[in-house]
Design a protein around this ligand. Sequence first.
Ligand SMILES: Cc1cc2nc3c(=O)[nH]c(=O)nc-3n(C[C@H](O)[C@H](O)[C@H](O)COP(=O)(O)O)c2cc1C
Length: 192
Amino acid sequence: MLGTDTPTVVALCGSRRDASKTKVVLRAALSTARDRGADTRLVDLDAYDLPPFDADATDAGDATTLRRHVADADAVLLGTPNYHGSYSGVLKNALDYLGREEFGGKTVGLVEVAGGRFPGSALAHLRTVARTLNAWTLPVEVAVPSSHSTVRADEIVDDGVAERVADLGTDVVDYARLDDHPPCRPASTAGD
Ligand SMILES: Cc1cc2nc3c(=O)[nH]c(=O)nc-3n(C[C@H](O)[C@H](O)[C@H](O)COP(=O)(O)O)c2cc1C
């Protein structure tokens, strides 16, 4: 069953660097998503005031704005640099301000950008988080290796990586348009 014609796709970037390759990859995926008919937003966490998460102060800083952006999305891309074989603390901190309220039942696409040649572990960790939040992760995931040579300042220069990112940008829109997933089980039976 088709849902909204113009889904909103929001991308969260787990690198705060101005010259972040993760941002380049997410922008490319969002560009494809726009061509496919989506409204898009890149959430650059460097621009958000999000103090280290304190469960006693869940509305600190820009948390409410972040939650609204993600809640308004029909689908979410989570993009992270590979830091020590996992996803970044910046992204983890942002995710801790969010929860099933924002992610439940949503389509989530995953992107990992690594300096090394064999990425993928951060994707596995993010997949676990997304499923814990009752989101549906897309089978097409992007693990970008050797970021120093596959991604330049403002473009992906490896054809295989570019194709994979375009596939993700396409799929995230197509799946965001499906709006009649069966309801998710309540948290008490979701394995937590
Ligand atoms: C603290 C830190 C840890 C890193 N650990 C790894 C790692 O374990 N494996 C890897 O392949 N690259 C690692 N890198 C390299 C980054 O994944 C790579 O530079 C990536 O492009 C950074 O993303 P960005 O350009 O979006 O900031 C690390 C970089 C930093 C700063």
